[in-house]
Design a protein around this ligand. Structure first.
Ligand SMILES: [Fe+2]
Ligand SMILES: [Fe+2]
Length: 191
């Protein structure tokens, strides 16, 4: 029997800890594979964002929004470097693997910018699109950080946790910008 208790719903991240001998080794090598795939996916996503974010900044009008996007663009550069450090630590070549989800989110952002008139409406649309991006990143880094912990990769876990925190703060900042002015203004504009 592989499962001795009812903790199977704790997902594969936890399962590498249980068991012993070859089975545990096999599970942790599979987890390592998932981990590497996830890193390559988010590496592609971050690089794509680095190219896409300046267009969002150019389309924004609110000063607070421009500031939030500009400072997160700088953070994104650091996050890419951090991922390269992670690849170096696990001795895997830094390689970007196309992330279909992020490509879709970036396309959605472009569509919103085309469809909304420049001003508070477009700003609100940019915030909505940017927050979807942040939530994807939060989900990805949250999982990767957990994988690193399960695999016993402490230094890697610290790097991923740092980026995870930045993504959460970027999301909160966007919420603040939206709450402060944009959504209120957008709702008040004549149709
Ligand atoms: Fe990021
Ligand atoms: Fe981000």
């Amino acid at each position: 029997m592989e499962k001795k208790n009812n903790t199977s719903d704790k997902s594969s991240a936890g399962s590498a800890r249980s068991g012993s001998g070859n089975k545990a080794t096999m599970k942790s090598s599979q987890l390592m594979e998932l981990f590497e795939d996830g890193l390559k996916d988010i590496y592609w996503a971050e690089k794509a964002l680095l190219k896409a974010m300046p267009k969002m900044t150019k389309n924004a009008t609110s000063e607070e929004l421009i500031e939030a996007l500009t400072s997160h663009l700088e953070e994104t550069k650091g996050q890419i470097t951090r991922l390269e450090e992670v690849f170096a630590l696990i001795k895997v070549k830094a390689e970007a693997k196309k992330c279909d989800a992020m490509e879709g989110l970036i396309e959605e952002a472009s569509g919103i910018m085309e469809d909304c008139e420049k001003g508070s409406m477009r700003d609100a649309g940019i915030i909505a699109a940017a927050q979807k991006v942040e939530h994807y990143e939060i989900a990805s880094y949250g999982t990767l950080r957990q994988f690193a912990e399960t695999l016993g990769l402490t230094d890697v876990e610290v790097l991923l946790a740092t980026t995870l925190q930045e993504e959460k703060e970027a999301d909160l900042k966007l919420s603040d910008v939206a709450m402060a002015a944009i959504n209120v203004e957008a709702a008040g504009e004549p149709a």
